[in-house]
Design a binder for this molecule. Structure first.
Ligand SMILES: NC(=O)c1ccc[n+]([C@@H]2O[C@H](COP(=O)([O-])OP(=O)(O)OC[C@H]3O[C@@H](n4cnc5c(N)ncnc54)[C@H](O)[C@@H]3O)[C@@H](O)[C@H]2O)c1
Length: 285
């Protein structure tokens, strides 16, 4: 099946990026926010990223306008907005919230629509099970920042069929990404490796082993990582990091995945990182 029209739900850090890369590839995108204001903020985020691309000579003004013209923003549920070939949700990492979205999508989208989630860790099979089309439910896990990072993890649940998988693998390739297929276990591959490492970096800070700059420098200078783990937590969002650790902890029932108490405190304080203006670092505008 060829994908011509896509609904992206949740115009935040990831959803705006997903909408942008789809629109740049000539796909018609409906970008749905919590309300119209949320959707407008998402579009403003996309406009800003594209404008930066023009300023850096990476794209023409004409291509920027073409991409923007492919995006329609909406703030409410209705069957016209859901008349798409693919719907991808990128709302916050909350099981109840995502379940509600999948129920709504299953109700309003036509029978052929593939339903995808950008979840970082939740079980794709469980989201499929609450729909009447579990064979058309799949994970499409983009990495941040979406317009730069090439990798897309394609998460195949026990119920996902081959037609859905090949459609999504092809779409990811068509929009210039590198899809990798994997099975549906907590954290998939990328986050199962990366998020416990970030949590361990927070433990080293919590236990006073070193200060935040030192911890980040060890990873940057010693491992050649482009960004230190604490700065990366701020970029991902500490709420998202905590949510993924909770899923790994619960999903595997193994204490090695317990979230660091300092991470919990940061989230309780609203120190979510870059998106809230303060995280492990507080030099965000
Ligand atoms: N941040 C990352 O690096 C990253 C990477 C890969 C995957 N993810 C996953 O992507 C998803 C979104 O993460 P994010 O970092 O973009 O979060 P975010 O908080 O930046 O964005 C979430 C967006 O969803 C909107 N929203 C909330 N409820 C909604 C509703 N009912 N209907 C429509 N929109 C609604 C919010 O207003 C916001 O615009 C999560 O599942 C996360 O785990 C995040």
């Amino acid at each position: 099946m060829s994908i011509k029209r896509v609904l992206v739900i949740g115009p935040g850090q990831m959803g705006a990026g997903i909408a942008q890369v789809m629109a740049q590839s000539g796909i018609n995108v409906v970008l749905q926010g919590y309300d119209m204001n949320d959707a407008k903020n998402g579009l403003a985020r996309i406009t800003k990223t594209l404008a930066k691309g023009v300023a850096r000579g990476k794209m023409t003004e004409e291509n920027k306008e073409k991409a923007l013209n492919n995006i329609t923003i909406v703030g409410e549920w209705n069957s016209a907005n859901c008349d798409v070939d693919l719907a991808i949700e990128a709302v916050p990492e909350n099981k109840q919230l995502k379940e509600g979205i999948f129920k709504k999508l299953d109700e309003l989208c036509p029978a052929h629509t593939i339903l995808a989630t950008n979840t970082s860790s939740l079980a794709v099979v469980a989201l499929g099970a609450i729909t009447k089309r579990p064979e058309k439910v799949i994970g499409m896990h983009f990495f941040s920042p979406v317009h730069i990072m090439k990798l897309v993890e394609v998460i195949v649940s026990l119920a996902t069929n081959e037609e859905t998988i090949s459609t999504i693998m092809q779409l990811a390739t068509d929009i210039g990404k590198t899809p990798v297929r994997m099975n549906d276990y907590p954290g998939f591959v990328g986050n199962r490796i990366m998020i416990p490492m970030l949590n361990e970096a927070i433990f080293t800070l919590y236990e006073g082993v070193a200060d935040k700059e030192t911890i980040d420098n060890v990873a940057k200078i010693g491992f050649n990582h482009p960004i230190g783990p604490l700065r990366l937590c701020d970029a991902i969002g500490n709420d998202t990091v905590l949510a993924i650790m909770e899923v790994l902890h619960e999903g595997f029932g193994d204490s090695k995945y317990r979230p660091c108490p300092l991470l919990r405190k940061m989230v309780e304080a609203g120190y979510l990182g870059k998106k809230s203006g303060r995280g492990f670092y507080n030099d965000y505008k």
